[in-house]
Design a protein around this ligand. Structure first.
Ligand SMILES: [Zn+2]
Length: 84
């Protein structure tokens, strides 16, 4: 998986290292958190995902068709912050 990720950041030219990261995916009013491997730039912090991971994000955004391939576990609530 990691071999498909560039080693130089396309944004700033910094060094990219492979890390496990949490990606937040918005699906309508819901937020999904998924742990994936990403290239993370050591200089600017840019996250770079391989094609397979980008396709996973796309499937998660699309909704019902992903079940039952994934198990969703509720870990909290989402709040809208209203000023004042
Ligand atoms: Zn960078």
């Amino acid at each position: 998986m990691s071999k498909n990720i560039v080693s130089i950041c396309p944004v700033c030219g910094g060094e990219v290292v492979i890390k496990k990261v949490e990606k937040l995916i918005r699906r309508g009013r819901d937020v999904l958190i998924v742990q994936v491997e990403a290239g993370v730039c050591t200089k600017c912090g840019e996250h770079i995902y391989d094609l397979e991971t980008q396709e996973l994000f796309q499937r998660l955004r699309q909704g019902e068709s992903l079940f039952p391939a994934f198990h969703l576990h509720r870990i909290g609530y989402a709040y809208e912050v209203i000023p004042g």
